[in-house]
Design a protein around this ligand. Structure first.
Ligand code: SF4
Ligand code: SF4
Length: 91
């Protein structure tokens, strides 16, 4: 069973130059170059929608400011004890 994604990426296709550095640098290989051309005539990076860890490597590799944004997803808090329990905690 696939683990839930811990991050996600948004690519601004108006800033992306299609160099592919982010695609090559992504450890879980969850970025690709889109088959369609952007208005600048390049194949922009595209997030496949799965497996991003939010590591940020693609962000640091990208030479174009504003082309790629990484979001770290915060897991929902899970209650492991009921209200009133003496050792209530959340994970
Ligand atoms: S944040 Fe990390 S895992 Fe997510 S797309 Fe970028 S390099 Fe890949
Ligand atoms: S590294 Fe930046 S400019 Fe290059 S393909 Fe990825 S998002 Fe586009």
């Amino acid at each position: 069973m696939a683990t839930p994604a811990r991050g996600k990426v948004a690519v601004n296709i108006d800033e992306c130059k299609g160099c592919g550095l982010c695609v090559e640098s992504c450890p879980p290989r969850c970025l690709e170059l889109a088959p369609e051309l952007s208005a600048y005539g390049v194949h922009p990076a595209h997030y496949t929608g799965e497996s991003c860890t939010g590591c940020g490597i693609c962000f640091y590799c990208c030479p174009e400011p504003g082309a790629i944004t990484v979001y770290r997803l915060v897991p929902a808090l899970k209650v492991v004890a009921r209200q009133g329990d003496s050792h209530a905690a959340t994970l």
